[in-house]
Write a protein that binds this ligand. Structure first.
Ligand SMILES: [Zn+2]
Length: 300
């Protein structure tokens, strides 16, 4: 297997066994540019989606099953953003944001989560089809950024002391985003049911301080390999292990045949109403902005 490069478009597992800490570190470059390319979002929304995709990669890579899917969906009320969806499947990421550009223009360059989402919630869904496991946690979209919201997800829904840091920066027209997730798992391996959780274990504050010292500029420095950054943060620990690295890609799973089969299920009169001036039914994929043109008479 060729070695995965550890600078960009990659997520790397991390373990600090003597402190019962585990986590993931991720960086996205080209993948973010590719996801954003067709949307034409303003910079504030681009940054939001870049961070959301990074969080999706961190959480998605926790799934055990290669067929497992992780979905991040913001449900909002009265915010500038009324929909944000990202998902992860086998290292492939996609996402989009629906927002009100006029209202966005009325706030500053660094809108708060509250301004963006209003009374918003973040739904995080872990879906593992082979084990037939589906689990959803919902947390309020509060705090400075999505990292804070994810952190309270782990604290509230899973009762795992966690640290989440996210950053994204655009330089010379290209985005780089990075994220760090660390968790305290004192009762054994990740994924196993915990009988009780000690939120006051002395190992955790130590790891949280070291991990929390990571700078946004380090997370988004594409010249700094992720294993070097982990070493920089934790080199004084007895043992620091890097685990599997997974390459990240931009992937959309929209499929012309599937789109056609969905349209074919509509009653004939409704299908007729969908036909445009050019005699075709056009369906756009919200994720990748691909447009599918379907011949109405292909459907019968
Ligand atoms: Zn698509």
């Amino acid at each position: 297997m060729p070695a995965v490069q550890l600078n960009s478009d990659v997520v790397l597992g991390v373990a600090i066994p003597s402190r019962n800490a585990r986590g993931r570190i991720a960086r996205l470059g080209e993948v973010v540019d590719q996801v954003l390319a067709n949307h034409g979002y303003p910079p504030e929304i681009e940054k939001l989606l870049a961070e959301a995709l990074t969080l999706t990669a961190l959480l998605g890579s926790l799934l055990k099953e290669p067929q497992g899917q992780l979905t991040l969906q913001a449900q909002t009320k009265g915010g500038i953003v009324d929909l944000m969806v990202c998902d992860y499947l086998g290292g492939a990421l996609r996402g989009y944001v629906r927002h009100d550009p006029e209202r966005l223009a009325g706030v500053g360059a660094e809108p708060t989560l509250k301004q963006l989402f209003g009374e918003g919630y973040l739904a995080i869904t872990f879906d593992q089809p082979v084990a037939n496991e589906r689990y959803q946690g919902i947390v309020p979209l509060e705090g400075k950024n999505l990292g804070d919201a994810a952190q309270s997800y782990f604290a509230q829904s899973e009762q795992i002391p966690s640290l989440v840091r996210l950053a994204a920066e655009k330089n010379d027209g290209h985005w780089v985003a990075g994220g760090l997730l660390l968790q305290h798992l004192p009762e054994g391996e990740e994924g196993r049911e915990r009988l009780h959780t000690r939120l006051d274990h002395p190992d955790w504050p130590h790891i949280a301080i070291l991990g929390g010292s990571v700078k946004a500029g380090e997370l988004t420095d594409a010249d700094l390999p992720l294993d070097d950054l982990i070493w920089r943060l934790f080199h004084e620990e007895e043992e620091v292990r890097t685990l599997d690295a997974a390459a990240l890609t931009r992937g959309c799973r929209c499929d012309p045949d599937y789109v056609r089969s969905v349209i074919a299920r509509f009653p004939a009169d409704e299908r007729e109403a969908m036909v445009g001036d050019d005699g075709m039914i056009r369906v756009d994929c919200a994720f990748c902005s691909s447009s599918f043109a379907i011949q109405p008479n292909e459907l019968t």
